[in-house]
Design a protein around this ligand. Sequence first.
Ligand SMILES: [Zn+2]
Ligand SMILES: [Zn+2]
Length: 122
Amino acid sequence: MSEARLGPHVLVVSEVDGKRWHVIECPGVTDACRAWVDCPQRDEEHNDDALEDDPVAHGVEHRWIDGDWMVRTDDCLVRTHMYAGEIAAELNLPPGRHPVGHDFGDGTEYELSVLDPAGAVP
Ligand SMILES: [Zn+2]
Ligand SMILES: [Zn+2]
């Protein structure tokens, strides 16, 4: 399956007793939204120079993000990001299903943007 065929993430806004709830649905985790976490193996497993040439150590691909070696997970960071709920709420959308785009910047930021109603990516 081509990753390009997947639809956008969808922000589902619901209202219960005057309180809004925000849940983000992931169309399928790809490298565009994959969450990376601190590698649980500590520094002695990581030769920085070698990892820059070949990002595989102890059999796992690594990425240097925000000052640490990270390893991939199968979780969606758009959905699980610590600020996801807060930033979704700031969009102040009415109840319903809203296709959203995301931007992680250099890996340390998190932005959500509302796509147009047709779901086209700007
Ligand atoms: Zn996702
Ligand atoms: Zn590691």
